[in-house]
Design a protein around this ligand. Structure first.
Ligand SMILES: *Cc1c(COP(=O)(O)O)cnc(C)c1O
Length: 416
């Protein structure tokens, strides 16, 4: 059996078949292939076929009902965000009243920091990873400035040991044991966007909270990629976007988690808006806010229904597939791709080799990443370059196949 036949065989025999048919697979650029081997789902996930139906129903209800749609649409708009609550809670391992779909990721990080980054005395610092996504770096620095602090002193960037690619859990824990009393907030990525490293979220959360810090997680690359247990891990807050592994469309509405212990605490300061008041009294137009004991209390505005509709469509797919089963399939795809790339000269996988320390992503260090990604695209394989020398490939379990991985390996063998 040759490599291609073997990949096709794996597709036929995998215990969790691909749900590729539920997604719109784009053609390869320039007509190189009728279907791209799409490995950029960690950047922008593919469109579920059902998204257009969900969206069309809202456009129709708007046309048919206009203002009445708030209460009489098939899915009444006043409570639309509540439809996302339970599936989102299942996805991230939260209680339903701990999650809300709102805004975008960076906005949610700011709203969370407005409540939970409370520097005082000598406890002022924010801990992030040196390879944090730029938006997170800008967000934490601007929060420090907002409190009258010098970001160069207030923001601590954790670096891997010299010559290593990943942060060691033990080093993060040691830092917290040593200097934790100066840390007000720990805000790391659950899965690092660049290396694909899956952090030990339970262990780091435990160490951060034991040190007296607030622990928040940016789950941009973790939500829909790896199983999460935010409530049980005792995470203080988390936020994630939904357009990467969650396939909800460019700029789609993000998610936010606030642990139950905070939603019941009326001393937590919040930036407020009318959607953060109890829906039972919202339309009394009372000047005093009456926040519900849920993450909804952090909502500001009435939500964008057209932007929520594809999120609902996507969460429905995750509910049917189940995150644990998807995780197992993602591991099989990633492991297969890794094995196919191992013999290729000139590239090195920098994602952890241990499956429990990564999600569905392999990052390669290779010279001329941008030009390489263009040569891959000419062969029908869509990957993503972070210049100068990182190429990222995400074998997502919902729509990627072993045959896609075969195509990526063949294209990389030709193009490097
Ligand atoms: C993708 C990503 C973002 C993007 O932020 P938006 O507010 O959605 O534009 C932020 N942080 C991380 C870690 C990301 O991976």
């Amino acid at each position: 059996m040759n490599d291609e036949q073997q990949a096709l065989r794996l597709d036929e025999t995998d215990p969790l078949p691909s749900r590729r048919g539920e997604f719109l697979i784009p053609p390869a650029p320039g007509g190189a292939h009728p279907e791209a081997a799409y490995f950029a789902g960690n950047s922008l996930g593919l469109q579920p076929r059902s998204a257009a139906d969900y969206l069309r129903e809202e456009l129709d209800d708007w046309a048919r009902l206009a203002v009445e749609g708030h209460t009489r649409a098939r899915r009444p708009w006043v409570g639309y965000h509540e439809l996302l609550r339970e599936p989102a809670a299942r996805l991230v391992g939260a209680l339903p009243h701990e999650v809300v779909a709102m805004n975008s990721l960076t906005v949610n990080l700011h709203l969370m920091m407005a409540s939970f980054y409370r520097p005082s005395g000598t406890r002022t610092r924010i801990l992030i990873e040196d390879s944090a996504f730029p938006s997170d770096s800008y967000a934490v620095a601007s929060q420090a400035v907002h409190h009258g602090l010098d970001p160069a002193a207030a923001v601590v960037r954790l670096r891997p040991r010299p010559g290593e690619e990943h942060l060691r859990t033990g080093d993060v824990v040691d830092f917290l044991e040593r200097e934790g009393d100066t840390v007000a907030l720990l805000l790391l990525g659950g899965v690092n966007y660049l290396t694909g490293q899956l952090m030990d979220m339970p262990e780091i959360t435990k160490a951060g909270r034991a040190a007296g810090a607030v622990v928040g997680w940016d789950l941009a690359h973790a939500a829909g990629n790896v199983p999460l247990r935010l409530h049980d891990w005792d995470v203080d807050f988390a936020a994630w976007c939904t357009y990467k592994y969650l396939n909800s469309g460019p700029g789609a509405v993000a998610g936010c988690f606030v642990h139950e212990r905070h939603v019941r605490d009326s001393s937590v300061p919040r930036l407020a808006g009318w959607w953060g008041t109890d829906p039972a009294v919202r339309f009394r137009m009372d000047p005093e806010i009456a926040p519900p004991a849920s993450a909804d209390a952090w909502q500001l505005s009435n939500p964008p229904i057209m932007a929520l509709a594809p999120v609902l469509a996507s969460l429905e797919i995750f509910d049917r597939a189940g995150m644990d089963a998807l995780r197992a399939r993602g591991d099989r795809l990633t492991g297969y791709l890794e094995a196919r790339l191992a013999p290729l000269p000139g590239l090195r996988v920098i994602t952890p080799a241990e499956p429990s320390a990564r999600g569905a992503q392999l990052s390669l260090r290779v010279a001329g990443a941008g030009a390489l990604v263009e040569r891959l695209a000419a062969r029908g394989v869509i990957a993503d370059a972070r210049e100068p020398d990182i190429v990222r490939l995400a074998p997502t379990p919902l729509y990627n196949t072993f045959h896609d991985c075969h195509r990526a390996a063949e294209a990389l063998a030709e193009a490097t």
